[in-house]
Write a protein that binds this ligand. Sequence first.
Ligand code: CDP
Length: 248
Amino acid sequence: MSGQSDLELVNKKGIRLDGRKAGELRNIKIEAGVLENADGSAYVEIGKNKVRAAVYGPRECHPRHLQDPTKAIIQCKYNMMAFSVSDRKRPGPDRRSVEISKIIAEALEAVVLTELYPRASIDVYIEILQANAGTRCAGLTAASVALADAGIPMKDIIPAVAVGKADGKVLLDLNKEEDNFGQADVPLALIPKTNEIVLLQMDGNMTRDEFDKAIEMGVAACHEIYELQKDALRRRYSAALKDGDSNE
Ligand code: CDP
């Protein structure tokens, strides 16, 4: 997020480097139930981002001192694979992945009925296979489909997308160039049934009017992503029923 580059991110006709208009999402593909050995799983592609999420639980919480006698805890691990980015990335956790794991777990806590499973842990693993900006949003989008696929009771599933500003224009679903050289990046996630925002961060600067416009764009896009999430779950379970494989 430098805001300084000679690169023209949005041309005179309002078209972005990847051919999109300001309010357009990248291509999205969502699949539920992609891993056999996890209780629930999902695969998400948003543009060039490729993300896999796996869920285990509810199961006994380890380490035991983390157990909460009133509810389950959600333990989330967001990890960027060493080959997911073009720069050199050391494998393993870093400050950024610890922060992203925390905010994704907090967003999921807003929808999972954790009070049904005292002392338990619900473990969510998010692996970024390929990154091109917006990976925390793609990760959260995948994680909530994986939780639903695991049959974990939830108030709703959570879609997420980043909005922001580049070349002075408010844009939906920033790609890497827009994220790196634009003026603002605002990841957001919401509970579609209530429009309650459960994740909102901001890097960079925008005016109040631009911010309002960006949020409006992001909320509308989250509702589009929500439909794709539900569709992925429907496809997964209609296929499972056809195979006589409903307990998978
Ligand atoms: O991915 P997200 O937008 O949620 O997080 P970010 O910290 O704003 O990172 C933006 C993008 O920078 C990532 O999606 C990657 O494409 C890239 N990045 C990278 O190339 N190397 C890193 N070590 C971290 C991020």
